[in-house]
Ligand binder design. Structure first.
Ligand SMILES: Cc1cc2nc3c(=O)[nH]c(=O)nc-3n(C[C@H](O)[C@H](O)[C@H](O)COP(=O)(O)OP(=O)(O)OC[C@H]3O[C@@H](n4cnc5c(N)ncnc54)[C@H](O)[C@@H]3O)c2cc1C
Length: 458
């Protein structure tokens, strides 16, 4: 009897799962395996919010497999040792795995390949599982990756996207391969109170609702902070409860400018993945150095702490930072403006901000987080690396009625309309009624001058 192991990582679904399909096609029995990799925890990447979503996803995957006659096997420890042990127990001759892009994923693949081959077991790595197109499959003539989004997107759009696969009807798991108990969200502490649920079933409901409703207005409303008119599918994409390939097909079938704009964002996701695949060190080092000498010391640390706590005195920045802490998620426009505020107005290292995001974001991943931070900081792929977003102008434009700020900064909830964006302009007596809210920690024009000087652009 031929047996395969399918090693799930951040592809926690049954629909459109090429490694599972290949294993089922080639074997009589399959062990669906998830390893709680010790190295991920040791690298400080196991944030409670994401662990909660992971626990939901694993439970849902197990239940989906049980509906099909199978089950999920969960182990924890050293990933390579655990995969080899399970392959040995199941007498498997193949292991199937989705390709991934981080330095950790590359190393994992290499170590697995050699450890398995020493046991006469083959590793099959499947592309286009976590991304729409395989990183490296679309390249310019002169490089191994695209460094600018627009030409990448042109080429990306011309490429055929493989057809999504149906979920399997039956999965036969061999007897005698033991599993640890599944982790549970209830075992975790320090979670954001407004976290979404995880797992493929809920994710598919969210996707269907999005395709029926929100996507049509996406092109016009995606930047409206209070309108909250984006898909919120990023956590499902991060852990692979949804397939990006399936999303592209279903969005294109829905059609219209909203769907086009949505597919373009999925291409941004692929874009950052292909940059990281080619330059894994960009997770920690500047992709393009601007020779920054970021502020350090007590004043910079106090500024960063005020930023993290949502107490900078700029209401829209503080609203977004508080949304992050409460929901483990932040609107994209909020991410852009708080990242610009930290790296440019306060001139604090992008790594400080990226680390805080990764401690809280349910969708936090190395490719999207680190490379978006670099994009905003001007050390990444932005073709206008020195632009600075003015938080007040941004607030007036993307939260014109002030509803987003009033939702997240209750100290200012009594201020009507756009006056909520500039409490420092209130007359002294009126300002006194809002004294629970801080004054701005930085003067915007001073921050701008400091940044321009630092970048040699004064
Ligand atoms: C500083 C900063 C940090 C970020 N960190 C992350 C992160 O850790 N994880 C993450 O998934 N996204 C990150 N983003 C990108 C973006 O903000 C989120 O993907 C988006 O807000 C998620 O909400 P949504 O699912 O409603 O997005 P939608 O607007 O509905 O977009 C659909 C999908 O497209 C992808 N997408 C959208 N915008 C981007 C983008 N700029 N880059 C890459 N993919 C994109 C996401 O997978 C998203 O779910 C970051 C952006 C910035 C500026």
């Amino acid at each position: 009897m031929a047996t395969s192991v399918v090693l799930f990582t951040r592809d926690l679904r049954l629909h459109d799962h090429p490694p599972l399909r290949a294993a089922l096609d080639r074997s009589d029995a399959v062990v669906p395996l998830f390893v709680r990799d010790r190295a991920v925890g040791a690298a400080g990447f196991a944030a409670p919010n994401r662990l909660a979503l992971l626990a939901d996803c694993l439970r849902d995957l197990d239940s989906g497999l049980r509906d099909r006659g199978g089950r999920l096997v969960v182990r924890s420890g050293d990933l390579v040792e655990e995969v080899c042990a399970v392959a040995g127990e199941a007498e498997a001759d193949e292991v199937h795995l989705a390709a991934d892009v981080s330095a950790h994923a590359h190393r994992r693949e290499e170590l697995l390949r050699s450890a398995l081959s020493a046991r006469g077991c083959r590793l099959h790595v499947h592309d286009a599982v976590t991304t729409v197109l395989a990183p490296g499959s679309v390249t310019p003539a002169s490089s191994d990756h695209f460094a600018v989004f627009t030409p990448y997107f042109r080429r990306w759009s011309e490429r055929a996207v493989r057809e999504p696969l149906a979920a399997p009807r039956r999965v036969r798991v061999p007897d005698g391969v033991g599993s640890e108990p599944l982790p549970a969200r209830g075992d975790l502490t320090g979670l954001s109170p407004g976290l979404p649920t995880g797992g493929e079933r809920d994710a598919r409901k969210r996707l269907t609702a999005w395709l029926r409703g929100g996507i049509a207005g996406y092109a016009d409303h995606h930047d409206d902070l209070a309108g909250d008119a984006t898909s919120r599918l990023s956590p499902d994409l991060h852990l692979g409860a949804l397939s990006p390939v399936e999303l592209v097909h279903r969005a294109r079938r829905a059609g219209g400018p909203g769907a086009e704009a949505f597919v373009r964002q999925l291409a941004w996701r692929d874009f950052h993945h292909q940059v990281l695949a080619a330059r894994p060190h960009a997770s920690a080092a500047d992709y393009r150095t601007r020779h920054d000498r970021w502020r350090t010391g007590a004043a910079a640390e106090a500024d960063a702490a005020a930023w993290r706590d949502g107490r900078t005195g700029y209401p829209v920045v503080d609203a977004a930072m508080r949304q992050l802490r409460h929901e483990g998620w932040m609107h994209n426009r909020g991410r852009l403006l708080v990242a610009s505020f930290l790296t440019k107005t306060l001139y604090v290292d992008w790594r400080v901000g990226a680390r805080h995001f990764l401690e809280l974001l349910v969708d936090g991943d190395v490719a999207n987080n680190q490379l978006n931070w670099q994009w905003v900081a001007g050390t990444g792929t932005d073709t206008r690396p020195h632009r600075v977003l003015n938080p007040t102008t941004q607030a007036r434009r993307f939260d014109p009625g002030g509803a987003y700020v009033r939702r997240w900064v209750p100290e200012l909830a009594g201020l009507a309309g756009r006056s909520v964006h500039e409490p420092w302009r209130l007359a002294r007596a009126a300002r006194a009624a809002y004294d629970a809210y801080p004054d701005p920690i930085v003067d915007l024009s001073e921050g701008l001058d400091r940044f321009r000087r630092a970048r040699g652009r004064d």
